[in-house]
Design a protein around this ligand. Structure first.
Ligand code: PMP
Length: 354
């Protein structure tokens, strides 16, 4: 080891899902939306002019913040935007989790939480989900430096009812509780109504899944103005111009067409329910997902075997390494045609005549 290497910040990085580019592939590995963003987004893209790129973007992201505040019935100072919810979450770790006590998040959850905790040297503990992959609110009543969990949880897809979310927030008045609602639009109940009651609650959302704009990198947080002021101070101490001009324009457009948004969600949810029926008929086991993915395992085939077989057939799904989850595949809900293709493959592979 070279001497200069002794001063490195060493991290085990988050491993994002692969982004292969094959004409015949079925890509169900990163929870992207199979439908295009709202038509308004396409229209606005046509009107963008290279000349405007001379200028820095609006560092307050004012128009997008305002549009989001209007959309959710909040005031502008209750909204903070960033480059994907990953950036919003990373800045939140840096801003809110500075206690010597460990922060708490589930043992099976979004694997980036652990990476940020390590990166920012935040101590953490991971209470185990119960046998049904549910969060046990009682586990979050011990002393801690903050709490974060997704609702629905990822990669399980399991929802935590609002009363239990409130129980966790109520038990933790002295720390910040972050509810990561990346997948909430697909059928879970949001913690938004609790914002008025709890000034230590931060809700984080993304345009990557339900709004079909993963490529644009837009995420946001909603919370008490004082909380968001701290977040904003950290952002400006790191990079004032986080959101580019294009993201700011297209983000506003994406919020304009509620009918299209609801129609797309309905299609995905219908396909999810159809996929569940098919997977169950083939002998897969899974919890009731209220997201745009299903987390499924088969008692007769290992996760690794199924993952490899699907991959060889150019059907990409996601598999995680942890002991509790290694037999599971996280399968994103694509179009009905894509899911029919997946089911046809699995039916053949498992030799089922159903
Ligand atoms: N939270 C959860 C639970 C996720 O699964 C993801 C997607 N990987 C994110 C946050 C980050 O999404 P993005 O940065 O695309 O907004």
């Amino acid at each position: 080891m070279k001497n200069w290497e002794k001063n490195m910040r060493q991290v085990v990085p988050y491993v994002p899902g692969e982004q292969p580019d094959e004409p015949d592939m079925i890509k169900l590995n990163t929870n992207e939306n199979p439908y295009p963003p709202a038509p308004e987004v396409q229209e606005a893209l046509k009107n963008l002019r290279a000349d405007s790129l001379r200028l820095y973007p609006d560092c307050t992201a004012g128009a997008l913040v305002h549009a989001l505040a209007q959309y959710h019935g909040l005031s502008d100072d209750q909204v903070f935007v960033g480059v994907g919810s990953d950036e919003v979450l990373a800045l939140s770790f840096l801003t809110f989790f500075n206690s010597k006590k460990p922060i708490l998040f589930p043992d099976v959850t979004y694997s980036f939480y652990k990476v940020w905790a390590e990166l920012f040297q935040v101590p953490y503990e991971c209470p185990a989900l119960n046998e049904d992959f549910e969060i046990e609110p009682g586990d979050y009543k011990k002393e801690n430096g903050g709490v974060i969990f997704p609702n629905p949880n990822a990669p399980t897809g399991v929802v935590l009812p609002l009363e239990q979310i409130e129980e966790i927030i109520r038990s933790n008045p002295d720390v910040v509780v972050i509810v990561d609602e990346a997948y909430v639009d697909f059928g879970a109940v949001s913690a938004l109504p609790l914002l008025d009651k709890y000034d230590n609650l931060l809700i984080v959302r993304t345009f990557s899944k339900s709004r079909a704009m993963a490529g644009m990198r837009i995420g946001y947080a909603m919370g008490n103005p004082k909380l968001l002021q701290y977040l904003s101070d950290v952002k400006y101490s790191f990079n004032s111009y986080t959101m580019d001009q294009t993201a700011l324009v297209l983000g506003v457009e994406a919020l304009k067409n509620e009918a299209y948004f609801q129609e797309t969600l309905q299609k995905i949810n219908d396909t999810r329910e159809w996929t569940k029926e098919q997977l169950a008929a083939l002998g897969f086991i899974f919890k009731d997902s209220k997201t745009n993915f299903v987390f499924a395992a088969h008692p007769d085939y290992s996760g690794e075997e199924l993952f490899k077989a699907l991959r060889a057939a150019h059907i990409y799904v996601r598999r995680f390494a942890g002991e509790r989850v290694k037999e599971y595949l996280r399968i994103t809900i694509g179009t009905r045609e894509e899911m029919e293709c997946l089911v046809r493959f699995l039916r053949k592979y498992t030799g089922s005549s159903k």
